[in-house]
Design a binder for this molecule. Sequence first.
Ligand code: ADP
Length: 195
Amino acid sequence: MLNVIIFGPPGSGKGTQSEKIIEKFGLAHISTGELLRAEIKSQSELGKTAASYIDRGELVPDNIIIGMLECKLRELNGVRGVIFDGFPRTVEQAYALKEMLSHHEEKVCLMLNLEVATEELVARLLQRGKTSGRSDDNLETIEKRIRVYEQQTAPVIDYYKNEGCYEGIAGFGGIDEIFNRICSVIEKRITEFSK
Ligand code: ADP
């Protein structure tokens, strides 16, 4: 299976690029942010807990996220691969993902890191906040999310560099331009796999 992680700071374009990758390569999409927002909308207990963290720009605790992921992975059958969007966000989650995939005799094939300058992230998220209706797209929470990313999430990069599946992607330019960079990297991996 082609298991790909799309990684990057808030506002780096993970969701946008995921949609395009899914369409082109026929992968299943797991976005922890989307799963959490669905829980919040349905007013479940998990949703209520998650909202208290998300609204402050903090990460939802690892045990909640990992449990949610385990459920979601069990539901997937006969897919060509999975794109993980917004997960793993801590080194602990990266270890848990490795463990979960190993139960299905699977592993992460590729980690795509979208590299975008901080000023650009803030500008994009403020712009998105005008229409997204997301409680976390306001200046104070955006700045907090970026700090949390640098402290807790960026170390995940080294984890995947060590695993030998890291690829940096320049995250500037138009959506299609970035997507073309991603496609070249994925296609290269697919060719290597089929050798
Ligand atoms: P973005 O990357 O634009 O911040 P997401 O939709 O991926 O947006 O995530 C929104 C929020 O949901 C995060 O700020 C965080 O609070 C929570 N969240 C999403 N995924 C995770 C995760 N893997 N671990 C912990 N918290 C998460």
